[in-house]
Design a protein around this ligand. Structure first.
Ligand code: NAD
Length: 371
């Protein structure tokens, strides 16, 4: 099967801070030249890769063509479980196989650019686990390489496919919550300390991608404070403040060092408020609560009226986000379209994390998010 279907549409980006690039350098190839059932290789079978393997194995719209890990131990664990799926320790075997349409990369962040670029140069569509790359320069180079070849490039921002996250987005974009005043979020638990990245690069992509998806905007400014409590040069706790062009402000607390697992986000709007708790069996609760200032001129008298109405917990699909994410990747290849988790969104997330790093360099100063 050919690997030359045309995904294009990796979105716009500001490669040099000016202008927009539409990624439309190539038109999608005719339908009959796009693989109806993309054959995919999962590369990197450590902690996360096996989840991608399991979901791809179950996905009717794609074929798990091959698994690859440089470590024969990691590879053996998977090939024992999936004996019919060919395995290799050599990434070159994946690249040189013309029957493989796409690479799904779940290797450490520091390898994303190098391995990803080689996959694109070999004409493979590319899914890269979050974050897209270790710098915005690398992310832009990957986007350009994908666009030049008309290939789909998709960062693995899994939460964009989570039914609760989707439900909150609908509440925000439909206007039901009113103007979004602020969002505060805690993503903390004990572990897993990462060897090659800080907590901002490891957990930050989740919250930054969710905020970007919900608000449809990238923050203007960031301030950050972190500490490496266990390993001195590897921050394991971060308190990050973000300011968005619409006026919304957000606070993101992330840590690998906490007594219990918290996945809790509060969205406060002018009409309603939402608590999204990923650990709860009612993950989304909408509070018809707020405060009204009936006549702004009487503000000096503090005649505010507080409203505490119904609390509604919407019904949510039980679909596994990872499954929906890989389904979107397969369909984007097949249909020649941009996935929900677009490369542009992945680049915006990387830029936000870079702004966190820049703020830390400046002792927590407010820094702009690069464009
Ligand atoms: N979406 C999510 O919720 C989520 C969760 C965890 C991790 N991740 C992401 O998944 C990626 C991998 O994280 P992890 O925790 O599984 O890392 P890991 O270190 O546990 O596993 C990485 C694997 O890649 C293999 N590898 C490294 N270089 C290779 C090469 N050149 N060729 C073939 N194999 C190679 C290693 O041998 C290892 O088995 C990271 O980008 C991480 O951010 C995403």
């Amino acid at each position: 099967m050919s690997a030359h279907s045309n995904g294009n549409g990796n979105g716009h980006y500001n490669g040099n801070g000016n202008g927009h690039h539409n990624g439309n350098g190539k038109l999608p190839l005719p339908l009959n030249l796009r693989p109806a059932m993309p054959r995919m290789a999962v590369v990197g079978l450590g902690y996360w890769g096996p989840n991608l393997v399991r979901n791809l194995h179950e996905l009717p719209g794609a074929e798990l063509a091959c698994v690859c890990d440089a470590s024969s131990r990691a590879l053996d664990t998977i090939t024992l479980r999936y004996p019919a799926v060919p395995g290799t320790t050599d990434f070159d075997d994946v690249l040189s196989d013309p029957s493989i349409d796409a690479v799904v990369l779940a290797t450490p962040v520091s390898t994303h650019y190098h391995l990803g670029m080689r996959a694109l140069e070999a004409g493979k569509h590319l899914f890269i686990e979050k974050p897209l790359a270790a710098s915005s320069e690398e992310a832009i180079a990957l986007i350009e390489a994908a666009n030049e070849r008309g290939l789909v490039l998709m960062p693995g921002h899994t939460f964009l496919y989570s039914p609760p996250v989707d439900a909150v987005r609908e509440l925000i974009t439909s206007g039901e919550l009113g103007e979004i005043y602020f969002i505060s979020t805690s993503r903390v638990n004990l572990g897993l300390h990462q060897a090659d990245v800080s907590v901002a690069w490891d957990l930050g992509p989740h919250d930054f991608s969710i905020l970007r998806y919900w608000l449809e905007e990238t923050p203007m400014h960031v301030t950050a404070m972190t500490r490496g409590c266990v390993i001195p040069d590897t921050p394991d706790v971060a308190f990050i403040n973000l300011q968005f062009p619409s006026g919304t402000i957000a606070n993101v607390e992330i840590s690998w060092l906490a007594p219990s697992k918290l996945r809790r986000t509060t969205v406060v709007g002018s009409r309603k408020m939402v608590v999204y708790d990923d650990t709860s069996n009612e993950p989304v609760r909408v509070f018809d609560s707020g405060v009204n200032l009936p006549n702004p001129e009487t503000f000096g008298e503090y005649r505010l009226t507080y409203r505490t109405g119904d609390i509604v917990s919407p019904h949510l699909s039980a679909a596994e986000p990872l499954y929906l994410e890989l389904q979107d990747f397969a369909e984007s290849i097949r249909e020649g379209r941009t996935p929900r988790s677009s490369a542009q969104l992945g680049l915006d997330v990387v830029r936000t994390i870079e702004a966190v790093d820049a703020s830390l360099e400046l002792d927590g100063a407010r820094v702009p998010v690069g464009a």
